[in-house]
Write a new protein. Structure first.
Ligand code: ADP
Length: 162
């Protein structure tokens, strides 16, 4: 069985992420979406909430599993025995960072870990979690960016903050 891990912060998941998940789930027998629980960052949503959002959005994809992880990606992959990492590329600007990360992960895993990249679908090439948060902060329309239940959670979050 060929498995892969799609790691990320997903704060929150957008249609851009979901598109990559669906396409990777078509190629791999099993896809684990790994939600990074980084205690040094202060995400808008807790790791548990980010995991639940992804679980709800992928509930019709039987070969997709969502879980959170902390620490090094290479250690997480080792613990699962999975050595294929999926990442998305939106623009050349993503490339430098992604290349560096994949080389570091390869080094840390004794050359076991490989990263495969999915080019963004053009309609999501501008989409990022941070732009979605900015739009939500000012009450903008999120219809084309995130599922409705995520839009509601974002608006509620910013309502609480104001
Ligand atoms: P990071 O893991 O760098 O904190 P994210 O959680 O936002 O960032 O993204 C996880 C992965 O999904 C990254 O590989 C990122 O490039 C990719 N990604 C984010 N948004 C999109 C999009 N709109 N289209 C394709 N890939 C995307």
């Amino acid at each position: 069985m060929k498995s892969a891990i799609y790691p990320g912060t997903f704060d929150p998941m957008t249609y851009g992420h979901l598109d990559i998940i669906k396409r990777a789930a078509n190629i791999f027998d099993e896809l684990i979406v790994g939600v990074l629980d980084n205690k040094e960052k202060t995400p808008l949503f807790s790791a548990d909430v980010r995991v639940n959002i992804l679980k709800e959005a992928t509930k019709d994809l039987p070969n997709v599993k969502v879980e959170s992880f902390g620490g090094l990606l290479s250690d997480y992959c080792k613990s699962k025995g999975i050595y294929v990492v999926v990442r998305g590329l939106r623009a050349v600007t993503d490339f430098e960072y992604e290349l560096q990360m994949s080389q570091i992960n390869r080094k840390l895993s004794d050359n076991k870990l490989d990263t495969v990249y999915f080019n963004t679908s053009l309609k999501y090439s501008y989409l990022s979690s941070s732009s979605v948060k900015q739009i939500a902060q000012f009450g903008g329309d999120l219809t084309d960016f995130v599922p409705d239940f995520v839009a509601d959670m974002l608006l509620e979050k910013f309502d609480q903050k104001n």
